[in-house]
Design a binder for this molecule. Sequence first.
Ligand code: NAD
Length: 283
Amino acid sequence: MAYTIPDISLNDGNTIPQLGFGVYQIAPKVTAEAVGRALEIGYRHIDTAEMYGNEAEVGQAIRTSDLDRSDVFVTSKLNNGFHRPDDARRAFDSTLEALKTDYIDLFLIHWPLPTRYDGDFVSTWKTLEEFQRDGRARSVGVSNFQVPHLERLAAEAEVTPAVNQVEVHPYFGNEEVRAYGRAHGIATEAWAPIAQGKVLDDPTLLDIAEQLGRSVAQVVLRWHVQRGDIVFPKSVTPERVEENFRIFDFELDDATMERITALDRGEAGRQGPNPDTFDVIPA
Ligand code: NAD
């Protein structure tokens, strides 16, 4: 039987492959090769960002593959220095130029930066709405938005974000943000799905992995997809990229799902910055 990656339906009628390949901290000089390999393995969803500095190499890998542009779902994100509408328009143009494509599947505000730009991420969001209206962004969404940020968009903007890409892994369940997304039709994308490697030697996860004859990374990625979230683990090691792709040929039972969910450490489990206070913009 063919091995297929499920699609998740977004609130704007588009779909996104539930499993993708993340390219954060993949150096530009090895990105084209890493993405090319991921496409060969079968990944059809690449998560990049202006901040990662490797959009051009992602575009190059897609063009030099055997695939059509329309076969690959590409996400990028607005960099933190470009929240003002005119800056966002220029930055978005640069993203399309770097990728050498005339549309992007999904474009996100990377961080809300509530303590910058007079706390105005709403006009930034309305600029992304423009990109969707003119067809150059098929879907638009946000990243690292907390519940009050999402509530503000609901009150002041037209379009509900298609996704919210936030940190989620067994040590940081981010349940409140996920629950808001579920209630309002916003798909959750889980970044750092294996906590940037921190969960790999967890005794509970090692025990589960051993019982199932799977790796800890596979068990954790499987837990995410059974919760309905979208994931795009990052690795440049071919065996790991292959391993992370093989998560749709086994299942976790309810008790195992609960054991993993119970590893949540709340705020203490966060690996990345807290979006309420994070305000770093490029020099
Ligand atoms: P991750 O949880 O995917 O972990 C990556 C680390 O785990 C790497 O060191 C990798 O070598 C290792 N790893 C991967 N697969 C493995 C395996 N099978 N066995 C052992 N080790 C393995 O962390 P990440 O890269 O930070 O997150 C994934 C993606 O999420 C990023 O590439 C990026 O696309 C996105 N992201 C978004 C934001 C945001 O603010 N929106 C922030 C961070 C990451």
